[in-house]
Design a protein around this ligand. Sequence first.
Ligand code: FES
Ligand code: FES
Length: 160
Amino acid sequence: MAIEVNGADVAAPDDPRVSLLDLLRDHLHLTGTKVGCNQGACGACTVLVDGARVLSCLTLAVQADGRTVTTIEGLDPHPLQAAFVAHDGLQCGYCTPGQICAAVAMLDEVRAGVPSYVTEDLSADPVALSREEIRERMSGNLCRCGAHNGIIDAIAEVAA
Ligand code: FES
Ligand code: FES
């Protein structure tokens, strides 16, 4: 088995304790994925596994064996990236790869009709993506610079 990372097959590490985050950054030198809290609280390490967003700091690399991993390097270029720039959805940029990976998967979740905690009409298809919906659905990704309003603007533009 192998892990497909951005289209290339990579051997799973021999040591089962290696996190997916450490595999990406330290073994494969894909440093676009960031280390923030390293304990599941900030979202900086968010990547896509089989298209779903996961926190790579809380995921063992061996759990991705046989699956497809996409990092920010593998998304390039994505309309969200241009939208983040256009709407000042970043300052230092440290949270940005995780924000964009999370937003890509979040928009897929909305298209699939997945409700959130704040969805009022559970029968709506698709769910209306209000700013409140975007804030709730992106609440696992923190921005220490306070670029949240620009991030919401960027996601709203691409969603529309
Ligand atoms: Fe993974 Fe913060 S580094 S959630
Ligand atoms: Fe600096 Fe979000 S842009 S932490």
